[in-house]
Design a protein around this ligand. Structure first.
Ligand code: SAH
Ligand code: SF4
Ligand code: F3S
Length: 442
């Protein structure tokens, strides 16, 4: 294998995360780990050690790793490069060979980063893509200062094996973190400044502890933490949407009225070929039940267009599902064949130009609904959690309960919750007029 050129032990570090929110969370934990080792944070262009926390979900995401590595080596610079995340897990030694990086570490092994970095400095390439049954979390340092909205991974991995998807291979089997460890981390996040916590998992609503408690019990317990005003969770699978969790959307005021529930396609044949294990109808029935208990809930989803064999009529079923639901916001993607997945060897690939056309039509429908959803909030009064300063002086930016970005004017502190009347709605943000304030210290 092409050995990396050895480099001295690093004194500064930078972490760059790509992909999903779970990677953002892992990136924060890796940064905390490096800081605990005495390394100083800096930007990627000058750091001695750059950790690329990568995503493998689509071909473009994977290719990004290689362009990033090229960029880091521009002008003859030779930082120590650690490839972490899902590409590290999927490609392992291949990435070390192809890109001559110093460390390759999988998503379940990054608690070993300090050791791997020393090994790389002493001997060259260090690789760890083990997936030990016990989770890494117990051996990570305590949480540092965080913003008002924090992520907290409670569940990892996936047992669903959708035929297009790499996640079951890169993140391993579904595992839930223990109840007590999550509550403790949530408390320390609130102590570190969080007013909102988003519980994360590849299938977060499959979270279940040894005593059989589900996500709604966890949310109920977290809701008792003083200072924690909002709870969210993502991403959910339709088949794990239990009655208990649906009821929590009625009973738990801290649980925000937002549900991200990917469907991928509105056609039953395509759903079967994707191994989604839900149908168009069973999905729509779940949304009906959620809307029955929480009529104002904002719905979100993920879609894939151009899955192998998808016909125009089958794609039309996706458009009609979108029309039937009226989503608040969505993500939509062109199908990307991934090595090692069953769909990658399926016949009847959809031509690129057909995929482009379908994606455009789908996104037009989704944009239309997003604007309609935003417009429907005009005139309503709601709470906004202030998260950062806005684009223009005097403006602050926060989130509505329905996860819309809301711009407000005035001197509000980050972490404040202000009650606003929504005055205007654009496609991507709302303007709010502040009526009342609840300071962060309340
Ligand atoms: N566990 C989550 C999401 C995982 S990945 C879920 O099942 O809902 C996020 C999204 O990426 C998926 O919902 C899907 O829409 C998209 N995706 C996954 N694999 C893909 C592929 N091979 N090509 C295109 N999009 C893909
Ligand atoms: Fe991938 Fe399907 Fe698992 Fe989501 S449920 S992570 S799409 S295999
Ligand atoms: Fe990407 Fe891995 Fe997340 S493949 S989407 S970083 S689970």
């Amino acid at each position: 294998m092409g050995a990396a050129i050895m480099k001295p032990a690093p004194k500064t570090y930078a972490v760059k995360s790509f992909g999903c929110q779970m990677n953002v969370y892992d990136g924060e934990r890796m940064a905390e780990l490096m800081a605990e080792q005495g390394l100083a944070a800096t930007d990627a262009a000058s750091a001695d050690l750059v950790i690329l926390n990568t995503c493998h979900i689509r071909e473009k995401a994977t290719e990004k790793v290689y362009s990033e590595i090229g960029r880091l080596r521009k002008d003859g610079r030779k930082p120590m490069i650690a490839v972490a995340g899902c590409v590290a897990q999927a490609e392992g030694e291949e990435i070390a060979r192809r890109a001559k990086v110093d460390v390759v570490v999988g998503p379940q092994a990054y608690h070993n980063l300090p050791e791997l970095v020393s090994t790389a400095a002493e001997k060259g390439l260090a690789l760890d893509t083990d997936m030990p049954p016990e989770l890494k979390f117990a051996s990570l340092p305590a949480r540092r200062k965080v913003g008002p909205s924090a992520f907290l991974t409670v569940q990892e991995g996936c047992d669903k094996f959708c035929t297009y998807c790499v996640v079951p291979y890169t993140r391993g089997a579904e595992v839930s973190r223990p109840f007590a460890a999550i509550v403790e981390e949530a408390r320390s996040l609130v102590g570190a400044g969080a007013r909102e916590i988003t519980l994360l998992g590849q299938n977060v609503n499959a979270w279940r502890d040894a005593d059989g408690r589900g996500l709604e019990k966890l949310a109920e317990t977290l809701a008792e933490i003083p200072g924690l005003a909002r709870i969210r969770y993502t991403t959910s699978h339709p088949n794990d949407m239990t009655d208990g969790l649906i009821a929590a959307h009625r009973d738990l005021p801290q649980l925000m009225p937002f549900l991200h529930l990917p469907v991928q396609s509105g056609n039953d044949r395509v759903l079967r070929a994707m191994n989604r294990s839900h149908s168009r109808d069973s999905y729509l029935r779940i949304l009906d039940r959620v809307r029955a208990v929480r009529p104002d809930i904002a719905l979100s989803g993920d879609f894939i267009v151009g899955f192998p064999g998808e016909t125009e009529a089958e794609f039309a079923d996706t458009l009609s599902l979108v029309d039937a639901v009226g989503y608040a916001q969505c993500f939509s993607f062109k199908y990307s064949p991934r090595p090692g997945t069953p769909a990658a060897t399926m016949d009847d690939a959809v031509p690129a130009e057909v995929m482009d056309d379908r994606l455009q039509r789908l996104q037009a429908a989704l944009n239309r609904d997003q604007i309609a959803f935003n417009r429907a909030t005009v005139g309503r009064t709601c709470d906004v959690l202030i998260e950062r300063t806005g684009k223009y002086p005097g403006q602050m930016l926060g989130k509505s309960p329905w996860l819309q970005s809301v711009i407000v004017t005035g001197d509000h502190a980050i972490g404040d919750i202000v009650t606003v009347r929504i005055a205007e709605a654009g496609p991507n943000s709302l303007m709010g007029v502040v009526e009342r304030e609840t300071p962060a210290a309340a």
